[in-house]
Design a protein around this ligand. Structure first.
Ligand SMILES: Nc1ncnc2c1ncn2[C@@H]1O[C@H](COP(=O)(O)OP(=O)(O)OP(=O)(O)O)[C@@H](O)[C@H]1O
Ligand SMILES: [Mg+2]
Length: 325
């Protein structure tokens, strides 16, 4: 795979102002996140619920308003573009959502839903051309063209998610941001939809940002994986390296929490190391310190930064700094 950055994200920060009683808190949903999306790769984003994965995805295309940072794509910082130009960008950077039922209009036929972006941007020269492209797109996600005349309630969950994906590839984009695209599906259907995404990525040359709270799902599909914890990337590496030699203690805990098929290996349910701290009043220092088996004094005082630790590997951890000194 060519190591060419298609989208370069730098110091992205998205804050929500939330009220609790009389107080308003600044919730740093995405806090200083930087990464490159390389052309043709599937980059997985994984982390526990509420860590900011969806907000990263939405902030990249201006659906959530970032307060700081740069998202370089096509030679410009797309966060600085006016809404009209952002809409053009969103034709090339499309989202697939977790709940295909909620994201499909129940009163629109599947064909109309699939053609929606093309209709809005007036991309079909004739009605016949529109029908042809709808049929072709349905076929490319494994659905018979006759699905065009059906409605969402007539479809199974897996079929609906195929429609969700079809909507995102007409016209074919550069990048797909897939936010928990299989989390609402049965495990047996999950594998089919993951395979479809892999086939499309190869066939259409897509680049995919794949978001999931489930490391085993992310591991099945990703070339590289970014691990998020409380708004920040704590580790990023090639998928194999991350699994075989996780560096950050949080990544290790996540891997230990994945149920193992081998019964001799201990199965733990969830992270065995307590709760994350409050997002509204985070403690100073490293946000993982209160759960970390390697915690040092410095961890409670100063937040670690994401650093290169080896070729293609980055992690944010004071304990690792000590090891690699
Ligand atoms: N519109 C909003 N207003 C206020 N707070 C928000 C909003 N959207 C998200 N948040 C908060 O920002 C944080 C990050 O949320 P986000 O949805 O990005 O997490 P996530 O990693 O996608 O979680 P999940 O795995 O549950 O989908 C959470 O604490 C959430 O409560
Ligand atoms: Mg989410």
């Amino acid at each position: 795979m060519a190591n060419k950055s298609l989208m370069a994200v730098r110091e992205l920060r998205t804050t929500f102002h939330v009220k609790r009683g009389r107080k308003t808190y600044a919730l740093k949903a995405v806090d200083n996140v930087s990464f490159d999306l390389q052309k043709g790769e599937i980059l997985g984003f994984v982390g526990e619920t509420g860590c900011g994965k969806t907000t990263v995805g939405r902030s990249l295309i201006g659906l959530s308003k970032a307060e700081a940072g740069d998202v370089r794509y096509g030679g410009v910082n797309i966060l600085a573009l006016p809404e009209r130009q952002l809409r053009e960008v969103r034709l090339n950077v499309r989202m697939v959502f977790q709940d295909p039922y909620a994201s499909l209009n129940p009163r629109r036929s599947i064909g109309d839903s699939v053609a929606e972006a093309g209709d809005i941007h007036k991309l079909f020269a004739t009605a016949a051309e529109r029908s042809r492209q709808i049929s072709e797109t349905l076929e490319s996600v494994g659905l018979d063209p006759s699905f065009a005349d059906r409605f969402p309630h007539e479809l199974s969950g897996g079929q609906r998610q195929r429609v969700g994906i079809a909507r995102a590839i007409l016209p074919v984009p550069d990048i797909i941001i897939a936010d928990e695209p299989v989390s609402a599906l049965d495990v047996s259907i999950q594998a089919q939809v993951l395979n479809l995404l892999l086939d499309l990525q190869k066939g259409l040359g897509l680049t995919i940002l794949f978001i999931s709270h489930d490391l085993s799902v992310v591991g099945q599909i990703s070339d590289r994986i970014a691990v998020m914890y409380l708004g920040q990337i704590v580790e990023i590496a090639e998928a194999e390296q991350l699994y075989q030699s996780p560096l950050h203690p949080y990544t290790r805990a996540l891997i230990d929490a994945v149920p193992k098929p081998d019964p001799k290996i201990k199965i733990s349910d969830g992270l065995a190391i307590g709760e994350p701290p409050s997002r509204l009043e985070p403690p100073p220092g490293c946000s993982f310190a209160n759960r970390c088996p390697l915690v040092h004094d410095v961890c409670r005082q100063r937040a670690p930064v994401l650093k290169d630790l080896a070729a293609g590997r980055k992690a944010a951890c004071h304990a690792l700094d000590e090891v690699t000194k």
